[in-house]
Design a protein around this ligand. Structure first.
Ligand code: NAD
Ligand code: TYD
Length: 342
């Protein structure tokens, strides 16, 4: 049986990926591996761990070689899907150290263990942010897999460094690697420091939503289940050494995202939106050309933004205990640093 090490499995996308494979009853063993940083939450996997005997959880750090080796041998790991990362741009602006440690050094340690253990497949989950920013008024220009890497934040720089290491292990060591680069995700279990869950939960708490700069920055939004399905497709059908862009063909400004959420939650703009100082180095526009994964592997997104955003908002209404628990403790200190006096 395939035995897949899923790093960062207690985070937003990792837990959705595990959930998808368990729900589909894919015939694989899953080892959910996570350090449980502020962003990792075992509550994201609890119900799955209770019901599926092919899923196990191991608390561990990808920077820790000996733990990885032990887990490898104990569970007969054959493949890796590498989600684990520090993932929030604003935190990388406050302090970049943890980003270099996990996203660069951690990826190198994981690659070395995987290489020594002769892994069958190693999939690096990356981001469109490694390509930098796009011109605002040339809508035909999008990120392709050959767009040069021009990361603009410490987060995207650390992800680009991880991607380069993965690439180098293919060329130098002939390791069976795959890389995916996806646009912005939204959906259940999204940590409420990112735009959509922050705004939805702030409104549920009766707080204002902080829109950076002029609110006209553009992201391409993809429902998390579509991303997970794309990763599974690449893991099973992708060509080693290749990069696959994943996107929703769904460019939206932050203002329109905000209007959509406010409308859905019956909150008038004037009472609930506050413009705050822009993010330093704020990338203006991301847009993905996902034709390679479509033409080569047959993947396209299945969810439409108009309905999936409603499902997402409803999920936060139905899981108030989950996000209230997350929005406490360390989160409050971060919120102060990030938003007060901005
Ligand atoms: P997340 O912050 O919600 O989850 C990251 C997980 O990694 C957490 O559970 C955390 O505990 C774990 N982790 C962090 N450092 C670790 C370490 N040293 N060892 C083991 N585990 C560690 O992030 P996410 O949004 O789920 O993103 C997952 C991956 O997908 C990241 O690599 C990110 O770069 C990439 N990605 C995210 C998006 C997005 O929109 N969220 C888009 C494209 C790509
Ligand atoms: P975010 O969810 O942090 O994702 P990323 O920076 O990785 O794209 O932010 C999405 C967009 O929303 C980005 O243009 C920054 C903006 N934004 C705000 O306007 N206010 C906020 O409080 C946050 C967190 C983000």
């Amino acid at each position: 049986m395939r035995s897949i090490l899923v790093t960062g499995a207690a985070g937003f996308i990792g837990s959705n990926f595990v959930r998808m494979l368990v729900n589909r009853a894919e015939p694989v063993k899953l080892v959910a591996f996570d350090k449980l940083t502020y962003a990792g939450n075992l509550a994201n996997l609890d119900d799955l761990l209770k019901k599926d005997k092919h899923l196990v959880f191991v608390k561990g750090d990808i920077c820790d070689q000996s733990t990885l080796e032990r887990v490898w041998d104990e569970h007969g790991i054959t493949e890796v899907v590498h989600f684990a990362a520090e993932s929030h741009v604003d935190r990388s602006i406050i302090s970049s150290g943890p980003f270099i440690h996990t996203n660069v050094v951690g990826t190198q340690v994981l690659l070395d263990v995987a290489r020594a253990k002769k892994v069958d497949k190693f999939l690096q989950v990356s981001t469109d942010e490694v390509y930098g920013t796009l011109p605002y008024d040339q809508k035909e220009v999008m990120f392709t897999e050959t767009t040069p890497l021009e990361p603009n934040s410490p987060y995207s720089a650390s992800k680009a460094a991880g991607d380069c290491l993965v690439r180098s292990y293919f060329h130098t060591h002939h390791m069976p690697v795959l890389t995916t680069r996806c646009s912005n995700n939204y959906g259940p279990y999204h940590f409420p420091e990112k735009l959509i869950p922050l705004f939805v939960t702030n409104l549920m708490e009766g707080k204002k939503v902080p829109l950076y700069g002029d609110g006209l920055n553009i992201r391409d939004w993809l429902y998390v289940e579509d991303h997970c399905d794309a990763i599974w497709t690449v893991l099973n059908k992708g060509r080693f050494g290749e990069v696959y862009n994943i996107g929703g063909n769904n460019e939206i400004t932050n203002r329109v995202i905000t209007e959509t959420i406010l409308r859905e939650m019956n909150c008038p703009w004037d009472q609930h939106v506050t413009y705050v100082q822009d993010r330093a180095g704020h990338d203006r526009r991301y847009a993905i050309d996902a034709s390679k994964i479509k033409n080569e592997l047959g993947w396209t997104p299945k969810h439409r933004f108009e309905t999936a955003i409603k499902t997402t908002i409803q999920w936060y209404r139905d899981h108030e205990a989950w996000w209230r628990n997350v929005k406490s403790g360390e989160y409050l200190k971060y919120y102060e640093t990030q938003y007060v006096n901005r």
